[in-house]
Design a protein around this ligand. Structure first.
Ligand code: HEC
Ligand code: HEC
Ligand code: HEC
Ligand code: HEC
Length: 241
């Protein structure tokens, strides 16, 4: 099932209403996760014009490092996409006097991988042997696909003070919950969604839109809406408020 047909099925729209859907799509960014796996999900770029390989996993992972001028694999997880070289302003102690946990000086781990597409500074087609954008095809950036998906937003390029703290330790003592025993949706415990003990983009989002993601959300691990789950359920999973 293609992404568009999934969307039409999920929204109950007939193919004849595509024009209507396009108009609706120009409003606030829609939550397009289905929790059904990466095929047909917002991260399935196999049919994207900029994806010169036409594969799904390859925009992010590759099994071998052959014919590469750059060592993208040093980012871990057989990474195959260029990462950002931006120096960010962090949501740190200099910004918030109430922040308690240890934070990395710059985004690291999985957050670094996400920002390599999402911060808007690296072209989506800078992957594989095209990591240095040596192919003649034009660079395509995330804001050209979905401006709402650029994190941080274009106005605040490189400034993460408007983004929930990332690359920060989760210390149960400060937050009032034990990460080892507190359940996180269907992802296990809070500890299971930490990356090297830290909160990263992947602590809240399931990038593959698999069974750990709640359908009808932005790939979230816990529902946020009162109508379909617990109001602010994701936030309340980690914060004893
Ligand atoms: C848009 C980028 C992206 C795409 C496309 C993608 N992945 Fe991933 N993958 C990631 C990131 C980021 C992580 C680390 C975050 C995490 O594990 O939640 C990851 C982690 C993994 C892991 C290790 C952790 C785990 O979840 O088991 C495996 C295995 C994996 N991906 C396989 C795949 C396969 C197979 C495909 C294609 C069918 C794929 N990925 C497509 C970004 C991607
Ligand atoms: C503490 C949890 C949390 C962390 C960490 C987090 N997010 Fe999110 N993210 C959310 C929630 C909740 C939403 C939905 C709220 C909204 O739409 O504004 C969201 C929405 C999004 C969206 C959809 C925006 C739209 O309007 O289309 C993107 C893209 C995104 N996040 C990417 C990221 C990236 C990249 C990172 C890491 C740099 C990250 N998130 C870290 C909780 C988080
Ligand atoms: C290969 C580039 C790439 C990587 C790497 C990547 N993303 Fe994305 N992501 C995108 C693009 C492009 C979109 C917009 C898709 C669209 O709107 O059609 C998107 C959309 C999203 C959305 C919005 C989904 C929705 O509801 O429509 C979220 C949330 C998100 N990404 C989170 C993440 C997180 C978290 C990571 C890392 C764990 C990550 N992404 C890694 C390219 C990437
Ligand atoms: C995976 C766990 C996790 C989730 C989910 C989560 N948070 Fe957090 N949050 C943290 C951690 C860890 C900190 C850093 C706390 C500290 O060091 O004082 C933090 C910090 C914050 C801060 C900054 C506090 C300060 O002192 O400056 C705010 C505000 C916040 N979170 C709100 C939210 C909201 C709203 C949500 C839901 C969208 C959310 N959090 C979801 C773990 C999480």
């Amino acid at each position: 099932m293609t992404y568009l047909s999934r969307l039409l099925t999920a929204t109950g729209l007939a193919a004849a209403s595509i024009g209507l859907f396009v108009i609706a799509g120009t409003g606030p960014a829609q939550a397009n996760g289905f929790g059904l796996g990466i095929t047909g999900s917002p991260h399935d770029f196999s049919a994207a014009t900029w994806n010169f390989r036409g594969e799904i996993c390859r925009t992010c992972h590759v099994p071998h490092d052959h014919n590469r001028a750059q060592q993208l694999f040093t980012n871990g997880l057989l990474w195959n996409h260029q990462v950002s070289s931006v120096t960010y302003t962090m949501y740190d102690n200099a910004w918030s006097s109430t922040l308690n946990n240890t934070q990395s000086p710059q985004p690291d781990g999985v957050a670094k991988l996400c920002l390599g597409c999402h911060d808007g500074s690296v072209a989506l087609n800078q992957f594989d042997s095209n990591a240095a954008l040596t192919r003649p095809d034009p660079a395509v950036f995330i804001n050209e696909v979905d401006a709402g998906a650029q994190i941080p937003g274009a106005l605040n390029a490189g400034d993460l003070r408007g983004t929930h703290p990332i690359s920060i330790a989760y210390n149960g003592g400060d937050l009032g919950l034990n990460p080892e025993s507190t359940a996180m949706g269907t992802s296990g415990t809070i500890a299971d969604v930490l990356d090297g003990g830290k909160v990263q983009c992947s602590s809240c989002h399931d990038v593959h839109d698999g069974t750990e993601a709640v359908a009808g959300t932005h790939l979230l691990r816990v529902n946020q809406a009162a109508a379909t789950g617990t109001a602010s359920g994701l936030c309340l999973t980690c914060h004893n408020k």
